[in-house]
Structure formats: structure tokens, C-alpha cells
Design a protein around this ligand. Structure first.
Ligand SMILES: [Zn+2]
Length: 685
């Protein structure tokens, strides 16, 4: 453990020398020129996200983001150790080699080693972040010996251990797929606890876990705590015991560092209830008391009148095959002010959209209440959402808190935008027919997508009413309820995104936005989305179904007037929209029909529509899409580098500003994190 003694003051006021050597990337520039792609290796692409909102914050708010970000990063070691007991030792060995290897760095083996190192950092350990299978190096065992013997630097040898003995110990751990081969084993035929390589249980069988926690639960407790959430289950003299993750307990050194950062954050929180909420979180980290964790979640859920929010704690339970124990995770979020303003404008005009919708008057709502939906910009990702990040998060996990006190659901706007930008380029060039369409999509596509999503969520789902005496869609439309509802909300947005009213309201500056959305929607619904399913499969997922039936229905309706044209060029298929206004009318007609289906609970019509247009896949097109997508060689997984926050201080060492920069070298960011956020011993027992 190399930096246990670093306290927040040092972190805040020193410019780490190491970092001066890094390529820092540019500071905030225009969004269009921002380079999203940073690195590529194995099945992974590393992207960067931008935080334009940061510049709009007050100094106090910037400090708040900074301290929360430091807290987020301070738990990094915990996740490595939770994932596998030898991960920290392995990470340190890899780190030493990357920095200190003196041999030839132009060989294939070295490149394989670097790719391996990046994969370990990406997965927070030696098991693949998604499949959870051990990542086996491509270089051979003898090269590992060569690396270790030719490295200037320390290896984590145990007392009296020779380098040769260390290599002998390490080799099978890295290379043998039979030893701790899977981090999370869900195979019902075996003991899922003892065969999983994670570090949540030590020497414990599945039966012992079941016994231990079922004895703990109080029957009929309406507000049960999440037993076992924050501890490792192990044995002491043959007796099963919990080692709780808290100050003074397991992972105490890293937790103390998180607490120090949270204490700083608390001083610049946005309001009293946020200060209070942070105090409860700190108390929880100090005591490990799960009742306090529940109290904290109730306070956190209620606190919505803020610009900056965060997630910090033991959150995700996917890493435990029993779903009991939670991995460390943290996100720092800034309200996306533009998106929020868009939502407000749409919400405020909700009644106008409803009154002018192309649906039957008897299906219109007299009083529309817009749905709230939060878009945030991520300012920092830590623990189990880093580098691999979701695009939305809904918490807390506890069901009784959700139903009694509510939950917070956020869409991570800048993460989604970065994914879109990285993914769209190649597909766009391959599947769009004209240069004009490509240009339009590059210029307006991302914004058009956001606009459509906002209309879908705020207006679409809030629109329309059932006829009297008709049951809920779940009762009447049954298995088609969700794809009908999603299609209805999509169509509401599609219909209005071409409406001049949006220009009048100042939400878009031209009809190019609507056209870009139409191009993208049709391209996706008729072709592109088919890349997500395997040959021979039908479309099952309800969003995919609704995009398919909307696009296919519109294509067929417009066929007599050639509104959407199928073109074949060089053996490749394209769909081109010839008349956008006519397509808008078609979307309006389908919206009217789908609203009727919902309002009247017309199961047969729902079934007809979905089964005819939304389920089956035309095999020729499917094969073509798979082939053309494969040729683009876009990796299946992506993750993110974080921005870097650096305090600027005056002669009295008071913080006068926080600078944000966007590093663009993944490997260097990982080395930097290893050095500055390592707060745990290599072995934690
Ligand atoms: Zn929806």
C-alpha cells in the first residue's frame, strides 16, 4: 500500500508530478470537436465523456463536485478486492511491469502484455467485466518470467519469498482457467458460492450462506434491512461470521478516506437536507449499521431540489451469485440544465400538444400532467460503474423504500451522447444512402435523438385516456401492452418533432432536426437494429418490436406514393425518405390507431399490428445487416475515461477555482489512479 497516508489536503493542493508528464488532452472545447474515442483493445473501446455543465457551476458547487469525485475514486481498491482476493497483488505486479520493464517494447509479446494489462484495469480484476470468466493472457508463461526478471521495480513478495517463488505462485493464477476461473457462477448444478471466485465469501458453502441469513431475517418485517449487504462472510474457529466493511473493520482504510472526502463535501453541500443526508452516510460508513443505510436512502430519495447529486456506497449485487452482497460504486452527477429546461418547456405546453394531437377527441386528456424525467451529466464514475458504465440508474434497491418513499431514476445524458457519437459514425456511413443524410445526421442526429426521447417521456407517456369501463392495458392488451405503449410514446414524439410549433417554442431551430430523426428512426427500424439479434431469431424485446412495426407499417402505407424508397446499390440495401411531410402524416395516422387500440383495449388489433409488422425478420435483410455490421468491426463493449479535476489555489492555499481537463490516455489514467487512490493493503483479511 503506497499512499495510505495521503490525506485530502495533500490531494487538493499538490499538483501531482506524475501527471505533468501525461498528455492531458484539451480543456473544454467545442462539443463538436471533442474526441470521444480514446483507446481500443481486445473486445473493448475506451471513450471519453464531456461535462459542459461543470463550467456553469459556482465555485462552491465545483468544490462539491470535486470532493464527491475524490470520494468516488477513493473506494477503487475495494472493488478490486471484492472481485477477487488476489486482484490487488496482480494489479500492482502489472503496474510495476508497465512502468519498469527494461526489455524490448516493440515485440508482439509486449503488445499482448499491454493489452492484457488494460483489460485487467478495465474489468477491475482478472475476470472479464461481463462474462466474469478469467481473462487468459495471449503471451505465454515464459514471457511472464522474462517480464518480471527484467523490470526495475518492486513486486509484492511475501516475507522471505524469492522472485522465482513469486512467479511460481502467480503463473497458474493468471494462466490456468481451472483455478478461480469464474467470478460469478450461476450454474444451478453446483455450489454457486464455493465455485465463484469473488471475495464475498471465504471458505463458506451455499448451504451455510442460506442458513446464516435465513436465521437473521425477522419474519413479517415490513421494513427489512438488506442483511449481509456490506460484509464478507467467513469462518472464525469453525463458526460463520460477518466481517463488516466499515471504519476500523474490513476495507477500513479506504472507507476512512471516502469519509474524509465526504466530510469536505458536506461543508459545501447545496442545502441543509443534503448536509444532513451526507452526515447519515458518513455515520453509516463509520458504523456499518444497515438501519442507518436505510435511513440514509430515505433522506437521499427525498432530496430533489439540487443541481448536484451522487451515488456512493455498496450498491450493485450482481457480483454475488446470491445477490446479497454489494460492490462499491459511485457516480457524481450534475443536472443537465438544458435538458431540464427542454423538459420544462414541453411540460408547460403539454396541453397544447394534447389538444392538437391527431388522436380521436374522446381519447384526449382534459388535463395533461407532464411526467418528470431527469437527465444528468456524469461528472465522475467510480467503482463498479467504471470504466464500464450504464446509461441510466434507478435506486435505491430496497423495495419497501421504493414503494413508501420513492426512487430516483436518472438518465446519464453525456454518457449516452458519447456512446451515440462513437457508435453512430461507422453505422451511419455504411447504412445512410445520401451524403446529405449523413451530413444532417452528423449535425443534428444526437440532438434530435435527445429531443425525441424528451417528447417520448414527457408528453408521449402522459398523453391519452382510456374509454370508460376499459381495463388497464396490462389486462386488455396483455403481452402486447408494453410494446403498444412504447410505440405510442415514440409516435407522439415522431409526429411532433416535425411540427413548426417546436421552432416557435424555441426548442429547435429548423425542420432539419425532425428530418434527421426520421432518417435515423427508419434506418434503425427497417435495418440497423437487426444486428442485435442472432440469425434465425425473431424480434422479442418490446422497444425493438415497436421500432420495427412503426417503420414497417409506415413503409407499407407510403408505398403507393413512394414516400420511403428502397434502393439497392452495389448489392447493398438502403431506405431513403422522399417526402418528410407525408411521413409525418403517416405517423399521425398510426398514432391515432394505436391510441384507439389502447383506449378501447383492442387486443386483436394490437396482436395483428405487432405480429404482422414487429416480430418477423426478413432473412435476406437480416443476413445483410449482420454482414455489413461485422465488417465495421465495432467492439461489443465500451467504457469511459474520467475527466480530471484540479484545484487552483491562492497564496493562502485557499481554493479559487477547480479546473477540469480531459485526459486521453487510458493506460496513464489507470497508472495515475493506482498511485493516487490506493488505500488498501494488497491482501485484506
Ligand atoms: Zn417509454
Amino acid at each position: 500500500m503506497n499512499s495510505k497516508s495521503i490525506n485530502l489536503t495533500i490531494l487538493a493542493f499538490t499538483i501531482p508530478l506524475y501527471y505533468l508528464g501525461c498528455s492531458m488532452g484539451s480543456t473544454v472545447g467545442s462539443t463538436e470537436n471533442f474526441k470521444v474515442r480514446a483507446d481500443r483493445f481486445a473486445d473493448i473501446e475506451i471513450l471519453r465523456y464531456q461535462v459542459p455543465e461543470f463550467e456553469k457551476l459556482s465555485l462552491r458547487q465545483k468544490k462539491f463536485v470535486y470532493y464527491l469525485s475524490e470520494a468516488a475514486l477513493s473506494g477503487r481498491d475495494i472493488l478490486y478486492d471484492q472481485n477477487y482476493k488476489h486482484n490487488l497483488t496482480i494489479r500492482q505486479s502489472i503496474h510495476s511491469i508497465v512502468e519498469g520493464y527494461k526489455g524490448d517494447k516493440n515485440t508482439k509479446s509486449w503488445k499482448q502484455f499491454i493489452a492484457y494489462a488494460k483489460r485487467i484495469w478495465f474489468s477491475n480484476g482478472i475476470h472479464h467485466h461481463y462474462s466474469t470468466l478469467k481473462i487468459i493472457p495471449e503471451f505465454n508463461k515464459s514471457y511472464l518470467v522474462e517480464l518480471i526478471n527484467n523490470t526495475n521495480g518492486k513486486f509484492p513478495l511475501k516475507d522471505g519469498e524469492s522472485t522465482d517463488e513469486f512467479i511460481e505462485w502467480l503463473t497458474p493464477i493468471l494462466f490456468d482457467p481451472e483455478i478461480d476461473g469464474k467470478r460469478v457462477n450461476l450454474d444451478p448444478e453446483v455450489d454457486i458460492i464455493s465455485t465463484s471466485a469473488n471475495n464475498y465469501y471465504d471458505g463458506i458453502s451455499q448451504d451455510e450462506v442460506d442458513m446464516f441469513y435465513s436465521n437473521m431475517k425477522a419474519p413479517n418485517d415490513p421494513t427489512p434491512i438488506w442483511y449481509g449487504l456490506n460484509s464478507r462472510l467467513t469462518k472464525n474457529n469453525g463458526k460463520v461470521v460477518e466481517k463488516v466493511w466499515k471504519s476500523g473493520g474490513l476495507y477500513g482504510d479506504a472507507i476512512d478516506q471516502i469519509v474524509r472526502c465526504l466530510e469536505k463535501a458536506k461543508e459545501v453541500a447545496e442545502n441543509d437536507s443534503q448536509t444532513n443526508e451526507l452526515e447519515i452516510l458518513i455515520d453509516y460508513y463509520r458504523t456499518g449499521d444497515l438501519r442507518t443505510w436505510d435511513t440514509y436512502n430515505m433522506a437521499w430519495v427525498k432530496n430533489t431540489e439540487i443541481d448536484i447529486d451522487y451515488i456512493n456506497g455498496f450498491i450493485e449485487v450482481y457480483g454475488d451469485p446470491k445477490g446479497i452482497k454489494a460492490s462499491y460504486e459511485s457516480v457524481v452527477e450534475i443536472n443537465d440544465f438544458e435538458a431540464t429546461a427542454r423538459m420544462k418547456t414541453l411540460s408547460a405546453n403539454g396541453q397544447w400538444f394534447e389538444d392538437n394531437a391527431p388522436i380521436m377527441d374522446s381519447h384526449k386528456r382534459d388535463k395533461v400532467q407532464g411526467i418528470t424525467y431527469n437527465v444528468v451529466s456524469v461528472a465522475m464514475l467510480g467503482g463498479d460503474v467504471s470504466p464500464s458504465s450504464p446509461i441510466g440508474i434507478n435506486l435505491p434497491n430496497s423495495n419497501w423504500i421504493r414503494s413508501n418513499f420513492g426512487s430516483k431514476s436518472v438518465s446519464l445524458g453525456n454518457i449516452t451522447a458519447a456512446y451515440d457519437k462513437a457508435r453512430s459514425g461507422g453505422f451511419l456511413d455504411e447504412f445512410a444512402y445520401t451524403d446529405k443524410e449523413k451530413e444532417r445526421s452528423k449535425k443534428h442526429g444526437s440532438f434530435a435523438g435527445k429531443m425525441h426521447t424528451a417528447m417520448h417521456e414527457v408528453l408521449g407517456h402522459a398523453s391519452g385516456k382510456l374509454e370508460e369501463g376499459v381495463g388497464t392495458p396490462k389486462e386488455t392488451l396483455k403481452n402486447y401492452a408494453s410494446t403498444i405503449e412504447e410505440g405510442r410514446a415514440d409516435l407522439f414524439g415522431l409526429y411532433y418533432i416535425m411540427d413548426p410549433k417546436l421552432i416557435e417554442m424555441g426548442l429547435v431551430d429548423s425542420d432539419e432536426v425532425g428530418k434527421a430523426e426520421y432518417d435515423g428512426y427508419i434506418r434503425n427500424g427497417l435495418m440497423l437494429q437487426l444486428r442485435r439479434i442472432q440469425p434465425g431469431e425473431k424480434i422479442e424485446q418490446s422497444h425493438m418490436r415497436n421500432r420495427a412495426y412503426i417503420s414497417h407499417w409506415a413503409f407499407e402505407q407510403g408505398r403507393p406514393d413512394n414516400i420511403i424508397e428502397k434502393k439497392i446499390s452495389d448489392g447493398k440495401t438502403y431506405f431513403v425518405i422522399n417526402d418528410y411531410e407525408a411521413l409525418q402524416k403517416i405517423f399521425g395516422e398510426l398514432l391515432r390507431e394505436i391510441q384507439r387500440i389502447k383506449s378501447q383495449g383492442d387486443y386483436e388489433a394490437a396482436k395483428q399490428l405487432v405480429e404482422k409488422y414487429g416480430v418477423n425478420v426478413e432473412q435476406g435483410i437480416h443476413e445483410e445487416v449482420l454482414e455489413r455490421s461485422k465488417a465495421l468491426n465495432i467492439p461489443p463493449y465500451a467504457g469511459f475515461m474520467n475527466p480530471h479535476y484540479k484545484p487552483v489555489t491562492d497564496e493562502n492555499e485557499a481554493i479559487t477555482d477547480i479546473m477540469i481537463t480531459y485526459p486521453d490516455n487510458f493506460l496513464e489514467q489507470m497508472l495515475y489512479y493506482d498511485e493516487h487512490y490506493a488505500f488498501l493493503p494488497l491482501e485484506n483479511n
